[in-house]
Design a binder for this molecule. Structure first.
Ligand code: SAM
Ligand code: ZN
Length: 366
């Protein structure tokens, strides 16, 4: 069937569940990822002054490549699947913006060809592709990971194997997932004396998406390694602390309630986004994009998010305290009046960040 997205028209297979005659090829297409693609194009518009070429390394129907070509990029699509390649070629040709689609294993192709922006959007974990992506990319690497259960510690062993980090299924699990992924990406880039600094990241529905800006040099890479570390977390009272460093020094017991604690890491403790970059991306979203309103609202929340590496869930705290919760604005105001920083987060309507610890939060809002 033909679909229109972000001003381009592409042929895609019928949605999987509604598949009927003509679905034929089995090439992947997910309408739910429109927000991911809209933000990708807004990022491409934002960096267009320094980037010209874009590799859609796992292109499927070619929809990202077509949209990037429409944004003025010289694009290459790549897929290992012959049906996907045929469909992506057809779509790029019809769009008339030029571009090639190669029928290759993306890893082999990326080791041979350089691009300003490399986009990884594979099935599940992106880890099998990231070494090659950092070798191919001149400026930016964009990564989608849909294996959220391993990333956030719900599938613990799988997370340990894929990411060489200890994930923990805390109440801020989406953020653990993002930061386990960022840790692995930063460490992979560092192996090539590259600093891969996240400039925008979001966790939406079933996936994690991040955009990394590359800077060459051992010293730059070392600086980012210095932003890795560990989080100790108490599941009972939700107290937590984070410490930078590659050698873990875990606490045995929670200093607040004496429960034994959990430790996750090494995770990325630095900023998951650059607020100025995020604001620029927000203004690069045209009204015509299908998810314009949702994307802008998401980016606005992200730009205002504090740099703290973990967030709290207000409802979970009140449940622990055995009291009814108050409104979020009132709650954040109370924290600020008590002298703390506080912000909402994009992880959910009841989530917030603050530099206050659990005891201070309770005292501030009571
Ligand atoms: C999730 S889909 C991509 C979706 C697409 N980016 C979009 O926005 O609709 C993943 C694609 O990766 C392709 N793929 C898997 N392994 C690959 C490999 N080693 N090299 C190139 N493509 C691969 C699959 O054939 C599939 O088409
Ligand atoms: Zn505790």
């Amino acid at each position: 069937m033909e679909i229109e997205e972000g001003g381009v028209t592409v042929e895609v297979p019928e949605a999987r569940h509604g598949a009927s005659e003509g679905a034929g090829t089995g090439v992947f297409y997910n309408p739910v990822q429109e927000l991911n693609r809209d933000i990708t194009v807004a990022v491409l518009r934002t960096v267009a002054d320094r980037c010209e070429t874009y590799l859609d390394a796992t292109t499927a129907s070619g929809i990202r490549a077509v949209r990037a070509a429409d944004a003025g990029y010289r694009v290459t699509g790549c897929d290992i699947d012959a049906d996907a390649v045929a469909l992506a070629r057809e779509n790029l040709e019809r769009a008339g913006g030029g571009g090639d689609v190669v029928h290759r294993n993306a890893n082999a192709y990326m080791h041979e060809h350089a691009h300003d922006v490399v986009d990884l959007d594979p099935f599940g974990t992106p880890i099998p592709f990231v070494d090659a992506a950092f070798n191919s990319a001149n400026r930016y690497v964009c990564v989608t990971a849909t294996d959220t259960a391993p990333l956030c510690g719900a599938h613990f062993e799988s997370g340990v194997r894929s990411y060489a980090a200890v994930p923990r299924n805390t109440e801020f699990h989406a953020e653990v997932g993002l930061r386990v992924l960022l840790s692995a990406l930063v460490r992979t880039a560092a192996r090539y004396d590259l600093a891969a600094r996240p400039v925008l990241s979001h966790v939406s529905s079933h996936y994690v998406r991040t955009y990394l800006e590359l800077d060459a040099g051992a010293r730059a890479a070392d600086e980012l390694i210095g932003e890795l570390g560990y989080v100790d977390h108490c599941q009972k009272c939700l107290w937590r602390r984070h410490e930078r460093g590659l050698i873990a020094d875990p606490l045995e017991r929670c200093p607040h309630c004496d429960q034994s604690t959990w430790t996750a890491g090494p995770i990325w403790l630095g900023r998951a986004h650059d607020p100025e970059f995020v604001r620029a991306v927000r203004t690069a979203i045209p009204d015509s994009f299908g998810t314009a309103e949702r994307s802008r609202s998401l980016l606005e929340t992200i730009a205002a998010e504090l740099a703290e590496p973990t967030h709290y869930d207000q409802h979970k705290l009140y449940k622990r305290w055995g009291e009814p919760n108050i409104g979020m604005d009132e709650f954040l105001d109370a924290l600020r009046s008590a002298g703390y920083d506080a912000s909402r987060t994009h992880y959910g309507g009841t989530t917030f960040k603050t530099d206050a610890d659990v005891a201070a939060i309770e005292a501030a809002v009571e």
